[in-house]
Write a protein that binds this ligand. Structure first.
Ligand SMILES: Cc1ncc(COP(=O)(O)O)c(C=O)c1O
Length: 395
């Protein structure tokens, strides 16, 4: 089918919740997509941070093919080795105590909230279920994760909304203190707010917040769905702050393209949920588990984290050296990069796409780069050359 007929058929069948550009992707290789007309696009989006190993990665393909030939699904009713291997691996490299696998970031966060609320009600009784999150945060689209998301635009229309959520300003410890009362059971943070503008939290703030959580027995949840699994040059973004969360939620890059979610808990919370308290039909899907094992093996290779830090620094320096008036600031950690711009980010995003570079925005004036972690310097140079041309054009 050609491009135009694919797009017009698409509009016949799908609920219109996305705004796709005018091309049809065919296949991927390295960090690039190719469309059905043979055009190439360097992908600095990774499908919103998912395709951590890029496209057509041999280790991933081979492991998945082997599993396809053996078995696809058992449900959580039965023991099997692929789930065990993924679980063992993530526990060993994260230093957390137990894991629960599910299917997406929002589901991971829903599970984290249930654990925090049950811990609190088991220990303190009813009336201690409030969850605090940060303004400009993003935690997902199902009803509780939606409410934890600190952006009003995501809440409207879906009334009645779940109760028990409060929002505070990031990096403002006084705002935190004035919002903590005896009803609070948990605080959820992204080490770097992704959708909210690639905002890295301040270390002193996170340290103080973590201290308060410990003193008041408030569950500290880090949502590492976007910034976790090596994206920042460490396994988890929170490692930059020298704190230890009670719960870590993961998804996206852990599956490298196969849907996955995971909730990691420390020892204190490891027995909060018992048999029947939580479940999901597809959690622990065998292909997802095999993919997670490959990803964890790849990121554990010597020099992998360092490589991410260096590539991130290389990209930011190159952009800063443009000395373009359009670039106000670069921010982020590792290969999670934000570029504040003096013009609307969507204008640059559209121009880049037309020249064969796919990038994301994070709000009105921030460009966001989430390239595959395996992106090569050749691909980076090609992408930066496109960006430079655009900035020169706009200047
Ligand atoms: C930090 C964060 N948490 C949660 C989510 C929701 O993940 P999912 O879309 O897999 O439900 C996202 C998605 O972008 C995210 O960036």
């Amino acid at each position: 089918m050609n491009k135009n007929s694919t797009i017009s058929k698409w509009n016949e069948y799908f609920i219109d919740t996305y705004n796709q550009p005018n091309f049809v992707i065919d296949y991927g290789k390295g960090s690039c997509f190719f469309d059905i007309d043979g055009n190439k696009y360097i992908d600095f989006t990774s499908g919103y941070g998912v395709s951590s190993l890029g496209y057509s990665n041999n280790s991933l393909k081979n492991a998945l093919k082997e599993q396809v030939d053996k078995l696809l699904h058992t449900s959580n009713l039965y023991f099997n080795e692929p789930v065990l291997y993924a679980g063992e691996k993530i526990i060993n490299i994260s230093g957390m105590d137990k894991v629960y696998f599910c299917n997406s970031g929002t589901e991971s966060n829903e599970t984290a909230f249930k654990i925090a609320r049950k811990y609190s009600s088991d220990k303190y009784g009813e009336g201690r279920g409030t969850i605090i999150s940060l303004k400009d945060s993003f935690h997902g689209r199902t009803m509780m994760s939606l409410m934890a998301t600190g952006m009003d635009k995501y809440h409207k229309y879906f009334y009645p909304l779940p109760e028990g959520f409060k929002y505070i300003e990031r990096n403002n410890i006084e705002d935190l203190k004035s919002n903590i009362d005896s009803s609070v059971c948990a605080i959820i943070l992204e080490a770097i707010q992704g959708e909210g503008g690639v905002n890295v939290l301040e270390k002193d703030y996170v340290l103080e917040l973590s201290k308060i959580c410990k003193e008041k027995d408030i569950v500290l949840i880090f949502d590492e769905v976007q910034c976790g699994i090596a994206r920042t040059g460490k396994l988890f973004g929170y490692e930059y702050f020298d704190v230890k969360p009670d719960i870590v939620t993961v998804a996206k890059g852990l599956g490298a393209g196969i849907p996955i979610g995971g909730v990691l808990v420390n020892e204190k919370l490891s027995k909060v949920l018992g048999k029947g308290d939580q479940g999901t039909t597809f959690g622990g899907n065998l292909l997802a588990m095999v993919a997670a094992t490959v990803v964890l093996d790849e990121i554990s290779k010597e020099g992998f984290y360092n490589d991410i830090t260096e590539k991130g620094a290389y990209i930011r320096k190159y952009i800063e050296d443009f000395n373009s008036e359009v670039v106000l600031n670069t921010k982020g950690l590792g290969l999670m990069i934000g570029i504040e711009t003096s013009v609307e980010s969507s204008i640059i995003e559209e121009k880049a796409r037309k020249k064969g570079l796919l990038i994301l925005t994070a709000g009105k004036n921030v460009l966001r780069f989430l390239p595959p972690l395996t992106v090569s310097y050749k691909e980076i140079d090609e992408a930066l050359k496109i960006l430079k041309d655009i900035l020169l054009e706009i200047n």
